[in-house]
Design a protein around this ligand. Structure first.
Ligand SMILES: [Zn+2]
Length: 172
């Protein structure tokens, strides 16, 4: 299965009051089975120290500024192997030209300063760096390129620096 790593820059900001709990609703493949029994379906976690190294490395490699705002990005685990945002499902075209729903292992919300990651992948460098590029581009004012079949993922940004838009790692 092709799992796209997606990003959406929403037009509104999350209310400051409800920050620890996710205000967004996600669909997961199996609503009866969490990856971790003890965690909520979606909850904030403290960014591990390694994320700061990855921010610096990917910004340097992409030659994009790393603004102080990156310290304000909040990270949320989604307690499933993959997911999508119920309010903003995204679609792709399969091999037969049929419209198919795209699952994600990571989603970034530039305006909200929120990154959501499938729990099994929160330490996966290529996924984190992929999502970080969405923030770096957002902060640099780089808009989706409508001339591309995938406007959100220009190859010059996403097929370099060890990052990819195609995820073939472990999934379940
Ligand atoms: Zn993406």
């Amino acid at each position: 299965m092709r799992i796209l790593i997606l990003a959406i820059a929403l037009l509104f900001a999350a209310p400051a009051a409800a920050r620890a709990q996710s205000a967004k609703q996600f669909k997961t493949p199996d609503s009866a089975s969490k990856v971790s029994e003890t965690l909520a379906w979606a909850s904030e976690y403290l960014a591990p120290e390694i994320y700061e190294k990855w921010w610096r490395e990917i910004a340097a490699c992409e030659k994009l500024p790393l603004p102080l705002a990156h310290y304000q990005v909040r990270f949320y685990q989604v307690n499933a192997w993959r997911f999508y945002d119920l309010a903003h499902p995204m679609y792709g075209i399969d091999f037969f030209g049929k419209k198919v729903l795209m699952w994600a292992v990571g989603l970034s919300y530039g305006k909200d300063l929120e990154m959501y990651l499938a729990l099994p992948h929160i330490y996966e460098e290529i996924i984190l760096k992929h999502e970080m590029i969405h923030f770096l581009m957002y902060w640099a004012g780089e808009k989706p390129d409508k001339t591309l079949s995938d406007p959100w993922h220009p190859p010059a940004r996403f097929e370099t620096c060890g990052v990819t838009t195609q995820y073939y790692g472990p999934s379940q």
